[in-house]
Design a protein around this ligand. Sequence first.
Ligand code: PLP
Length: 378
Amino acid sequence: MNYRIPFNRPTLIPGAIGCVLEVIQGGRLSGNGPCTHRCESRLTEITGSRTALLTNSCTSALEMAALLLDARPGDEVIVPSFTFVSTANAFAMHGFRPVFADCRPGTLNVDATTISPLIGPRTRAILVMHYGGVACEMDEILALARRHNLIVVEDNAHGLFAKYRGQPLGSLGALATQSFHETKNVTSGEGGALLVNDAALVERAEVLREKGTNRSRFFRGEVDKYTWVDLGSNYLASEMQAAYLLPQLRASELVQSMRAAVWDRYDAALGDWARANGVDRPTVPSHCEQPSHLYYVLMPTASARARLIDHLKTQGILAVFHYVPLNLSPMGRKLGGTEGACPVAEDVSERLLRLPFYTNLSADDQNDVIAAIHQFRV
Ligand SMILES: *Cc1c(COP(=O)(O)O)cnc(C)c1O
Protein backbone atom coordinates (compact mmCIF):
# COMPACT_ATOMS: atom_id res chain seq x y z
CA MET A 1 0.00 0.00 0.00
CA ASN A 2 1.17 3.48 -0.87
CA TYR A 3 0.76 6.00 1.91
CA ARG A 4 0.14 9.67 1.31
CA ILE A 5 2.20 10.35 4.41
CA PRO A 6 4.75 7.55 4.86
CA PHE A 7 6.40 6.68 8.14
CA ASN A 8 9.88 7.64 6.93
CA ARG A 9 11.65 9.40 4.09
CA PRO A 10 15.46 9.42 4.03
CA THR A 11 17.03 12.78 4.77
CA LEU A 12 18.08 14.55 1.56
CA ILE A 13 19.76 17.93 1.69
CA PRO A 14 20.95 20.16 -1.13
CA GLY A 15 24.51 19.34 -2.18
CA ALA A 16 24.43 15.66 -1.27
CA ILE A 17 23.98 14.41 -4.83
CA GLY A 18 26.72 16.70 -6.14
CA CYS A 19 29.08 15.32 -3.53
CA VAL A 20 28.35 11.72 -4.60
CA LEU A 21 28.93 12.63 -8.27
CA GLU A 22 32.24 14.25 -7.41
CA VAL A 23 33.45 11.09 -5.68
CA ILE A 24 32.34 8.92 -8.60
CA GLN A 25 34.11 11.19 -11.10
CA GLY A 26 37.19 11.31 -8.87
CA GLY A 27 37.61 7.56 -9.36
CA ARG A 28 38.15 6.40 -5.78
CA LEU A 29 35.14 4.49 -4.54
CA SER A 30 36.44 1.97 -2.03
CA GLY A 31 36.52 2.70 1.68
CA ASN A 32 38.91 4.42 4.09
CA GLY A 33 39.42 7.34 1.67
CA PRO A 34 39.27 11.14 2.00
CA CYS A 35 35.46 11.42 2.28
CA THR A 36 35.41 8.72 4.96
CA HIS A 37 38.06 10.61 6.91
CA ARG A 38 36.09 13.87 6.66
CA CYS A 39 32.98 12.12 8.01
CA GLU A 40 35.05 10.66 10.82
CA SER A 41 36.52 13.96 11.88
CA ARG A 42 33.06 15.59 11.82
CA LEU A 43 31.76 12.70 13.97
CA THR A 44 34.46 13.28 16.57
CA GLU A 45 33.54 16.99 16.60
CA ILE A 46 29.84 16.21 17.13
CA THR A 47 30.28 13.51 19.75
CA GLY A 48 33.49 14.58 21.46
CA SER A 49 34.51 10.99 20.98
CA ARG A 50 38.22 10.16 20.72
CA THR A 51 38.18 8.26 17.41
CA ALA A 52 35.42 7.55 14.91
CA LEU A 53 35.62 4.73 12.37
CA LEU A 54 33.03 4.81 9.61
CA THR A 55 31.49 1.38 8.94
CA ASN A 56 28.94 -0.09 6.54
CA SER A 57 26.34 -0.35 9.34
CA CYS A 58 25.69 0.01 13.04
CA THR A 59 25.40 -3.77 13.16
CA SER A 60 28.99 -4.02 11.86
CA ALA A 61 30.14 -1.50 14.45
CA LEU A 62 28.46 -3.58 17.17
CA GLU A 63 30.23 -6.70 15.87
CA MET A 64 33.53 -4.82 16.05
CA ALA A 65 32.72 -3.86 19.64
CA ALA A 66 32.00 -7.51 20.46
CA LEU A 67 35.27 -8.65 18.85
CA LEU A 68 37.20 -5.99 20.77
CA LEU A 69 35.87 -7.47 24.03
CA ASP A 70 37.29 -10.94 23.17
CA ALA A 71 34.73 -13.37 24.58
CA ARG A 72 35.94 -16.27 26.68
CA PRO A 73 33.65 -19.33 26.89
CA GLY A 74 30.68 -18.58 29.15
CA ASP A 75 31.03 -14.79 29.08
CA GLU A 76 27.84 -12.75 29.30
CA VAL A 77 26.77 -9.24 28.35
CA ILE A 78 23.74 -7.44 29.72
CA VAL A 79 21.58 -6.00 26.94
CA PRO A 80 18.27 -4.16 26.96
CA SER A 81 15.27 -6.26 25.99
CA PHE A 82 13.64 -3.21 24.41
CA THR A 83 16.08 -2.54 21.58
CA PHE A 84 16.87 -3.50 18.01
CA VAL A 85 18.02 -7.07 17.36
CA SER A 86 21.60 -6.08 16.52
CA THR A 87 22.41 -4.82 20.02
CA ALA A 88 22.21 -8.43 21.23
CA ASN A 89 22.83 -10.37 18.01
CA ALA A 90 26.28 -8.87 17.33
CA PHE A 91 27.48 -10.04 20.74
CA ALA A 92 25.79 -13.45 20.51
CA MET A 93 27.51 -13.98 17.12
CA HIS A 94 30.90 -13.40 18.68
CA GLY A 95 30.70 -15.66 21.69
CA PHE A 96 28.72 -13.81 24.36
CA ARG A 97 25.48 -14.91 25.98
CA PRO A 98 23.13 -11.93 26.10
CA VAL A 99 21.19 -11.47 29.35
CA PHE A 100 18.11 -9.32 28.87
CA ALA A 101 17.44 -6.34 31.12
CA ASP A 102 14.01 -4.75 31.39
CA CYS A 103 13.49 -1.05 30.73
CA ARG A 104 12.01 1.49 33.15
CA PRO A 105 8.65 3.15 32.54
CA GLY A 106 9.04 6.75 31.35
CA THR A 107 12.20 6.91 29.25
CA LEU A 108 11.91 3.17 28.39
CA ASN A 109 15.65 2.84 29.00
CA VAL A 110 17.55 0.29 31.06
CA ASP A 111 19.03 1.74 34.24
CA ALA A 112 21.13 0.67 37.20
CA THR A 113 18.14 -0.88 39.00
CA THR A 114 17.21 -3.16 36.08
CA ILE A 115 20.83 -4.04 35.28
CA SER A 116 22.24 -4.60 38.75
CA PRO A 117 20.40 -7.85 39.66
CA LEU A 118 21.65 -9.45 36.42
CA ILE A 119 25.36 -8.96 37.09
CA GLY A 120 27.11 -12.24 37.81
CA PRO A 121 30.64 -13.68 37.78
CA ARG A 122 30.58 -14.11 33.97
CA THR A 123 29.30 -10.61 33.12
CA ARG A 124 31.80 -8.67 31.00
CA ALA A 125 29.92 -5.68 29.65
CA ILE A 126 26.78 -3.59 29.88
CA LEU A 127 25.13 -2.59 26.60
CA VAL A 128 22.94 0.48 26.79
CA MET A 129 20.66 1.88 24.11
CA HIS A 130 19.36 5.43 24.49
CA TYR A 131 15.76 5.02 23.30
CA GLY A 132 14.75 7.89 21.01
CA GLY A 133 18.10 9.43 21.91
CA VAL A 134 16.91 10.24 25.45
CA ALA A 135 19.95 9.31 27.50
CA CYS A 136 20.04 6.40 29.92
CA GLU A 137 20.95 7.43 33.49
CA MET A 138 24.64 7.17 32.69
CA ASP A 139 26.09 8.40 36.02
CA GLU A 140 24.50 5.45 37.79
CA ILE A 141 25.28 2.95 35.04
CA LEU A 142 28.92 4.03 34.77
CA ALA A 143 29.30 3.86 38.58
CA LEU A 144 27.79 0.35 38.60
CA ALA A 145 30.13 -0.72 35.78
CA ARG A 146 33.16 0.65 37.62
CA ARG A 147 32.19 -1.21 40.80
CA HIS A 148 32.00 -4.51 38.92
CA ASN A 149 34.83 -3.81 36.48
CA LEU A 150 32.55 -4.00 33.42
CA ILE A 151 32.90 -2.32 30.04
CA VAL A 152 30.06 -0.04 28.92
CA VAL A 153 29.09 0.02 25.23
CA GLU A 154 26.53 2.54 23.97
CA ASP A 155 24.31 1.51 21.08
CA ASN A 156 23.85 5.13 20.13
CA ALA A 157 21.91 4.53 16.91
CA HIS A 158 19.18 6.94 18.07
CA GLY A 159 21.37 9.33 20.01
CA LEU A 160 23.65 11.21 17.63
CA PHE A 161 23.44 14.94 18.57
CA ALA A 162 21.93 14.14 22.00
CA LYS A 163 23.39 15.04 25.38
CA TYR A 164 23.37 13.76 28.95
CA ARG A 165 24.17 16.43 31.56
CA GLY A 166 25.82 18.42 28.78
CA GLN A 167 27.95 15.50 27.53
CA PRO A 168 27.32 14.19 24.00
CA LEU A 169 26.02 10.63 23.81
CA GLY A 170 28.56 8.36 22.19
CA SER A 171 31.36 9.76 24.34
CA LEU A 172 30.34 8.07 27.60
CA GLY A 173 31.05 4.35 27.07
CA ALA A 174 34.42 2.81 26.20
CA LEU A 175 32.82 2.15 22.82
CA ALA A 176 29.73 3.49 21.08
CA THR A 177 28.03 2.74 17.79
CA GLN A 178 26.10 4.93 15.33
CA SER A 179 23.76 4.06 12.48
CA PHE A 180 23.23 5.88 9.22
CA HIS A 181 20.41 3.61 8.06
CA GLU A 182 17.80 5.52 6.07
CA THR A 183 15.51 5.80 9.12
CA LYS A 184 18.11 7.68 11.16
CA ASN A 185 18.53 11.48 11.46
CA VAL A 186 21.43 11.53 9.00
CA THR A 187 21.89 8.71 6.54
CA SER A 188 23.93 7.04 3.83
CA GLY A 189 21.27 4.43 3.06
CA GLU A 190 23.16 1.82 4.98
CA GLY A 191 26.05 2.93 7.16
CA GLY A 192 27.37 3.31 10.64
CA ALA A 193 30.33 4.16 12.81
CA LEU A 194 32.24 2.81 15.75
CA LEU A 195 33.28 5.46 18.26
CA VAL A 196 36.30 4.43 20.30
CA ASN A 197 36.78 6.34 23.54
CA ASP A 198 39.31 3.99 25.10
CA ALA A 199 42.66 4.77 23.46
CA ALA A 200 43.88 1.21 24.07
CA LEU A 201 41.26 -0.16 21.65
CA VAL A 202 41.85 2.12 18.65
CA GLU A 203 44.58 0.23 16.82
CA ARG A 204 42.85 -3.16 17.05
CA ALA A 205 39.56 -1.58 15.95
CA GLU A 206 41.28 -0.31 12.79
CA VAL A 207 42.64 -3.80 12.11
CA LEU A 208 39.24 -5.45 12.64
CA ARG A 209 37.65 -3.11 10.10
CA GLU A 210 40.41 -3.73 7.51
CA LYS A 211 40.07 -7.53 7.13
CA GLY A 212 42.52 -8.24 9.97
CA THR A 213 45.34 -6.28 8.33
CA ASN A 214 47.37 -3.28 9.46
CA ARG A 215 46.44 -1.44 6.27
CA SER A 216 45.41 1.72 8.18
CA ARG A 217 48.95 2.05 9.54
CA PHE A 218 50.31 1.44 6.03
CA PHE A 219 48.11 4.29 4.64
CA ARG A 220 49.53 6.59 7.31
CA GLY A 221 53.10 5.56 6.37
CA GLU A 222 53.75 3.94 9.75
CA VAL A 223 54.74 0.57 8.22
CA ASP A 224 56.20 -0.01 4.74
CA LYS A 225 53.93 -2.92 3.80
CA TYR A 226 50.69 -4.25 5.21
CA THR A 227 49.95 -7.77 6.28
CA TRP A 228 47.52 -10.05 8.12
CA VAL A 229 47.94 -9.41 11.86
CA ASP A 230 44.67 -10.42 13.57
CA LEU A 231 41.11 -11.55 12.93
CA GLY A 232 38.91 -9.10 11.09
CA SER A 233 36.37 -8.59 8.39
CA ASN A 234 35.39 -5.93 5.90
CA TYR A 235 33.40 -3.41 7.88
CA LEU A 236 34.24 -0.39 5.68
CA ALA A 237 31.74 2.01 4.16
CA SER A 238 32.42 2.91 0.53
CA GLU A 239 33.39 6.47 -0.43
CA MET A 240 30.00 6.82 -2.18
CA GLN A 241 28.22 6.24 1.13
CA ALA A 242 30.55 8.67 2.87
CA ALA A 243 29.94 11.26 0.13
CA TYR A 244 26.18 11.15 0.67
CA LEU A 245 26.60 11.38 4.43
CA LEU A 246 29.22 14.13 4.64
CA PRO A 247 27.06 17.13 3.64
CA GLN A 248 24.43 16.03 6.17
CA LEU A 249 27.00 15.84 8.94
CA ARG A 250 28.27 19.26 7.92
CA ALA A 251 24.74 20.72 7.81
CA SER A 252 23.69 18.93 10.98
CA GLU A 253 22.41 22.15 12.57
CA LEU A 254 19.95 22.59 9.71
CA VAL A 255 18.86 18.93 9.79
CA GLN A 256 18.46 19.03 13.56
CA SER A 257 16.50 22.29 13.58
CA MET A 258 14.08 20.87 10.98
CA ARG A 259 13.60 17.73 13.06
CA ALA A 260 13.22 19.68 16.30
CA ALA A 261 10.39 21.65 14.68
CA VAL A 262 8.60 18.38 13.85
CA TRP A 263 9.12 16.98 17.35
CA ASP A 264 7.99 20.15 19.10
CA ARG A 265 4.91 20.51 16.90
CA TYR A 266 3.74 16.97 17.72
CA ASP A 267 4.38 17.41 21.41
CA ALA A 268 2.56 20.75 21.66
CA ALA A 269 -0.39 19.69 19.50
CA LEU A 270 -1.03 16.32 21.14
CA GLY A 271 -0.90 17.34 24.82
CA ASP A 272 -4.62 17.95 25.41
CA TRP A 273 -5.68 14.98 23.29
CA ALA A 274 -3.27 12.71 25.16
CA ARG A 275 -4.49 13.85 28.59
CA ALA A 276 -8.15 13.43 27.59
CA ASN A 277 -7.57 9.90 26.26
CA GLY A 278 -5.17 8.41 28.82
CA VAL A 279 -2.28 8.47 26.34
CA ASP A 280 1.34 9.09 27.41
CA ARG A 281 3.84 11.16 25.45
CA PRO A 282 7.66 10.73 25.53
CA THR A 283 9.39 11.46 28.84
CA VAL A 284 12.47 13.68 28.54
CA PRO A 285 14.21 14.39 31.87
CA SER A 286 15.45 17.98 32.14
CA HIS A 287 19.12 16.91 32.17
CA CYS A 288 18.71 15.12 28.80
CA GLU A 289 18.84 16.90 25.44
CA GLN A 290 16.98 14.67 23.02
CA PRO A 291 17.87 14.64 19.28
CA SER A 292 14.39 14.55 17.66
CA HIS A 293 14.99 11.06 16.35
CA LEU A 294 11.42 9.76 16.73
CA TYR A 295 8.06 10.66 18.23
CA TYR A 296 5.77 8.14 19.86
CA VAL A 297 2.53 7.95 21.79
CA LEU A 298 1.91 5.27 24.41
CA MET A 299 -1.71 4.16 24.07
CA PRO A 300 -3.62 2.86 27.11
CA THR A 301 -4.21 -0.57 25.52
CA ALA A 302 -2.99 -2.72 22.65
CA SER A 303 -6.44 -2.60 21.07
CA ALA A 304 -6.53 1.22 21.19
CA ARG A 305 -3.21 1.18 19.34
CA ALA A 306 -4.55 -1.20 16.71
CA ARG A 307 -7.60 1.02 16.20
CA LEU A 308 -5.50 4.18 15.91
CA ILE A 309 -3.22 2.50 13.33
CA ASP A 310 -6.31 1.53 11.28
CA HIS A 311 -7.84 4.98 11.64
CA LEU A 312 -4.66 6.65 10.35
CA LYS A 313 -4.38 4.09 7.55
CA THR A 314 -7.82 5.10 6.24
CA GLN A 315 -6.40 8.62 5.79
CA GLY A 316 -3.26 7.40 4.01
CA ILE A 317 -1.01 7.84 7.05
CA LEU A 318 1.43 5.15 8.18
CA ALA A 319 2.21 4.89 11.90
CA VAL A 320 4.16 1.87 13.15
CA PHE A 321 4.98 0.06 16.35
CA HIS A 322 8.51 -0.63 17.48
CA TYR A 323 10.58 -3.36 19.13
CA VAL A 324 9.32 -6.81 20.06
CA PRO A 325 11.07 -7.46 23.40
CA LEU A 326 14.13 -9.58 22.61
CA ASN A 327 13.41 -12.01 25.47
CA LEU A 328 10.19 -13.00 23.64
CA SER A 329 11.73 -13.40 20.17
CA PRO A 330 12.43 -16.93 18.88
CA MET A 331 16.21 -16.38 18.99
CA GLY A 332 16.04 -14.58 22.34
CA ARG A 333 14.22 -17.59 23.80
CA LYS A 334 16.90 -19.96 22.45
CA LEU A 335 19.42 -17.84 24.35
CA GLY A 336 17.50 -18.12 27.61
CA GLY A 337 14.86 -15.38 27.33
CA THR A 338 11.50 -16.18 28.92
CA GLU A 339 8.06 -14.60 28.96
CA GLY A 340 7.56 -12.36 31.96
CA ALA A 341 11.28 -11.68 32.40
CA CYS A 342 10.94 -8.06 31.22
CA PRO A 343 7.42 -6.98 32.21
CA VAL A 344 7.79 -3.28 31.39
CA ALA A 345 9.20 -3.92 27.90
CA GLU A 346 6.56 -6.59 27.29
CA ASP A 347 3.77 -4.20 28.24
CA VAL A 348 5.07 -1.07 26.52
CA SER A 349 5.92 -2.83 23.26
CA GLU A 350 2.22 -3.63 22.78
CA ARG A 351 1.05 -0.04 23.27
CA LEU A 352 3.74 2.15 21.72
CA LEU A 353 3.03 3.79 18.37
CA ARG A 354 5.52 5.86 16.36
CA LEU A 355 4.14 8.67 14.23
CA PRO A 356 5.45 9.65 10.77
CA PHE A 357 8.75 11.43 11.42
CA TYR A 358 11.34 12.61 8.93
CA THR A 359 13.51 15.64 8.31
CA ASN A 360 11.47 16.91 5.39
CA LEU A 361 8.00 16.27 6.84
CA SER A 362 6.13 19.43 5.82
CA ALA A 363 4.04 21.39 8.31
CA ASP A 364 0.95 20.77 6.14
CA ASP A 365 1.41 17.01 6.12
CA GLN A 366 2.18 16.99 9.80
CA ASN A 367 -0.94 19.01 10.53
CA ASP A 368 -2.95 16.36 8.64
CA VAL A 369 -1.48 13.67 10.91
CA ILE A 370 -2.32 15.74 13.98
CA ALA A 371 -5.87 16.45 12.79
CA ALA A 372 -6.42 12.74 12.13
CA ILE A 373 -5.24 11.89 15.64
CA HIS A 374 -7.48 14.57 17.15
CA GLN A 375 -10.50 12.84 15.54
CA PHE A 376 -9.64 9.62 17.35
CA ARG A 377 -11.18 8.75 20.74
CA VAL A 378 -9.72 5.90 22.77
C1 PLP B 1 18.98 1.26 13.44
C2 PLP B 1 19.48 0.57 14.66
C3 PLP B 1 20.49 -0.41 14.64
C4 PLP B 1 21.00 -1.04 13.36
O1 PLP B 1 21.57 -0.19 12.52
P1 PLP B 1 22.08 -0.68 11.08
O2 PLP B 1 22.91 0.49 10.67
O3 PLP B 1 20.87 -0.90 10.26
O4 PLP B 1 22.90 -1.90 11.29
C5 PLP B 1 20.99 -0.92 15.81
N1 PLP B 1 20.51 -0.50 16.99
C6 PLP B 1 19.51 0.40 17.07
C7 PLP B 1 19.03 0.82 18.41
C8 PLP B 1 18.95 0.94 15.91
O5 PLP B 1 17.94 1.82 16.02
